[in-house]
Design a protein around this ligand. Structure first.
Ligand code: AHM
Ligand code: MG
Length: 288
């Protein structure tokens, strides 16, 4: 099957689509379309919301997804994933619409991800703890391996694309110098960065740590998408006792205004996220 390499198309995010991005998007739509429960979908790969079959027009839920996260790692056999967010439909009658998608992360009914790594794991929360499953290929089913996952309050890893250092605000530069132990108040963390959000998040969820993708001069609003990436992972993080912030406020409290809205993201262990927020605030205050 011809599934590797670029698809030769640019998606709504202005990014080059890989063949597997396109295939994963079709698989997700097909799987959700016929459940009868989903009236509308929204995908990182498509500009507009995607209506389900007319027979499902009264479906109670809206599903937003990043069909294949970590696109740059597809062709090199590094872990990638699928991220999903489920919202309750809020519009009354007729077809569900974009307003059903533009709800705060706090309102999510459930959210989670599947990671395709050395094993395939599914991690989700329906607002009552975080549960991990692993795919047993022999029986073709997911088995529960870890329920009520709790992430450490502080972790040993920081994860960030440090090649962007000169494009960050002084606050993020300070945070990373602290994590490296360069500055006095250094917390001396170890660095881990895969470049697939799902995989970086999953490792830090289990071991403790903080992942950051700040706004920078190249991406002034941040690179990651609020509704397809930040909100679902923030929901999982909070349910596991962790935290997620855009640097100043909880991701789950952001009122979305656009389907493909971007946001800075700081996510992971609670104390580490608080340290980042505090440091950003302190530096901001001295710079002004
Ligand atoms: P994608 O959804 O198109 O794969 O883009 C999101 C990815 C995240 O998985 C990852 O954290 C980030 O982009 C990596 O970006 P960079 O290569 O700039 O570090
Ligand atoms: Mg992604």
């Amino acid at each position: 099957m011809d599934i590797l390499g670029a698809a030769g198309r640019i998606n709504v995010q202005g990014e080059e689509q890989q063949k597997l991005d396109v295939l994963a998007n079709e698989v997700m739509k097909e799987a959700l379309r016929h459940t009868g429960r989903v009236s509308l979908m929204a995908s990182e790969e498509e500009e507009d919301p995607i209506p389900a079959d007319p027979s499902a027009a009264s479906g109670k839920y809206v599903v937003l997804f990043d069909p294949l996260d970590g696109s740059s790692n597809i062709d090199v056999n590094v872990s990638i994933g699928t991220i999903f967010s489920i919202q309750r439909r809020v519009s009354a009658d007729g077809c569900a619409n974009v307003i059903d998608c533009l709800q705060k992360g706090r309102e999510q009914v459930a959210a989670g991800y599947v990671m395709y790594g050395s094993s395939t794991v599914m991690v989700y929360s329906a607002g009552n703890g975080v549960h991990c499953f692993t795919l047993d290929p022999v029986i073709g089913e997911f088995r529960l391996i870890n329920h009520d996952v709790e992430t450490p309050t502080t972790g040993k890893y920081y994860s960030i694309n440090e090649s962007n250092y000169t494009r960050w605000s002084p606050g993020y530069q300070k945070v990373v110098r602290c994590f490296k132990g360069v500055d006095d108040e250094g917390t001396g963390k170890n660095a881990r960065y895969i470049g697939s959000l799902v995989a970086d998040f999953h490792r830090n969820l289990l071991t403790g740590g903080v992942f950051m993708y700040p706004a920078d001069t190249k991406s002034p609003k941040g690179k990651l998408r609020l509704l397809y990436e930040a909100c679902p992972l923030a929901f999982v993080a909070e349910q596991a006792g962790g935290a997620a912030s855009d640097g100043t406020r909880p991701i789950l409290d952001i009122e979305p205004t656009e389907l493909h809205q971007r946001t800075p993201l700081v996510i992971g262990s609670r104390d580490d996220v608080a340290f980042v927020e505090r440091t950003l605030q302190e530096v901001e205050a001295t710079v002004q």
